[in-house]
Design a protein around this ligand. Structure first.
Ligand code: KG4
Ligand code: ZN
Length: 342
């Protein structure tokens, strides 16, 4: 076995997606995700329901990932799994499954930090497509349902958080705004969709005062809540009539906060290699405004493929590969951790 042919199974179960992927030869042989529709009506992920669904999905998802990769489980060299951060009950399913399979096959386990994996999604090659991985050091804005961070990425495994949210995450703000408008969970993709037909200047929101490179989204969320509440009081049809403008204005406000801090981070560090990652990096408005800003600032930007923005196991497997090269293996008494800093 040489380093290139190492076969790593990645397992992800930190929130509401059960995912498995097989990585070898710098490419993903398979990447399978089972989402959970059960949370749609609740406006957010219900932890108890999420763990039950993971328990049902984990075996078939791993089976399909191996089948699609065209390999037998006995051919695997290691198992990489999300140890945290995430929901404890959800993480326990993936961690326990990884341990059991690792012991049965007598192969090493590799624990993965989910936030590090979001960043390393930029190092997944796709056969037949040009490989455009960022060069070190670069800055990564990681924006998901649980986190919002600006990360200084020094190497594959060396990362430093320069700033982060002090309250809600950017994705959470999208989801809460959607819930206020009566849209199902996850609301981010729907806000994105409706925003495309709306006016970004129709409504304005207060600019949060978060120190240095940190973020705050709770004020803007509350302001959105009052705007909608007062609007509905005056006109019961307010949301229907204004849906697209509400989405466009709210989305633009979030993007402005994100890009403003990203500009500050680039100025402070002198780094012009800029990446985005995490579920919110799928947002078409963010992608567009980042492209425009990159031209103005002379940035080299890196935007992940849609499939690798939201939670997936391909990013877990590729991170596992870099840890495998350094022999950063994990003992079988490992336990999940709901909080896990980079
Ligand atoms: O990274 P991710 O899949 O899971 C976490 O680690 O949290 O991110 C999920 C978050 C959700 O809040 C979802 O609403 C948001 O990403 N999201 C989006 C879009 N697609 C997903 N937010 C805005 N626009 C999108 N297109
Ligand atoms: Zn995530």
């Amino acid at each position: 076995m040489n380093d290139r042919s190492v076969k790593i199974l990645g397992i992800e179960s930190s929130c509401d997606d059960t995912a498995a992927a097989v990585f070898s030869n710098y490419t993903m042989l398979s990447s399978v995700i089972a989402g959970q529709k059960v949370h749609e009506d609740y406006g957010g992920v219900v932890p108890e329901l999420a763990s039950r669904a993971h328990q049902q999905n984990i075996v078939p998802v791993v089976d399909v990932a191996l089948q699609k990769a065209g390999i037998k489980k006995e051919e695997l060299d290691a198992i990489a799994f999300t140890r945290g951060p995430g929901l404890m009950g959800s993480l326990l399913v993936g961690v326990s499954f990884a341990k059991a399979l690792g012991m049965a096959l007598n192969i090493p386990l590799i624990e993965i930090n989910h936030m590090q994996a979001h960043v390393l999604a930029h190092f997944i090659e796709t056969q037949g497509e040009p490989y455009n991985a960022p060069s070190f050091p670069f800055l990564c804005l990681t924006v998901s349902g649980g986190h919002t961070q600006i990360v200084l990425v020094k190497s594959h495994l060396e990362m430093e958080v320069l700033g982060q949210t002090m309250d809600d995450a950017a994705g959470e703000a999208f989801d809460k705004a959607a819930k206020i408008m009566g849209l199902p969970y996850p609301g981010g993709p729907l806000v994105d969709k409706y925003a495309q037909a709306g006016d970004t200047k129709a409504f304005s929101f207060p600019i949060p005062k978060a120190p240095e490179l940190n973020f705050s989204f709770s004020g803007i969320k509350t302001s959105f809540l009052y705007l909608v509440r007062d609007g509905v009081k005056a006109n019961p049809d307010f949301i229907n009539v204004n849906r697209d403008n509400l989405c466009a204005s709210f989305q633009h406000a979030i993007i402005s906060i994100l890009l403003d801090k990203l500009q500050q981070a680039s100025q402070q560090t002198g780094i012009k290699g800029i990446a985005i990652a995490g579920g919110v990096s799928a947002n078409t408005g963010l992608r567009k405004e980042l492209n425009t800003l990159a031209i103005k600032r002379g940035w080299k930007i890196h935007i992940p493929k849609m499939a690798y923005c939201t939670d997936n196991a391909a990013m877990i497997a590729v991170t596992g590969y870099y840890k495998f090269l350094k022999k950063e293996f994990t003992s079988v008494d490992v336990v999940p951790t709901a909080r896990y800093s980079l």
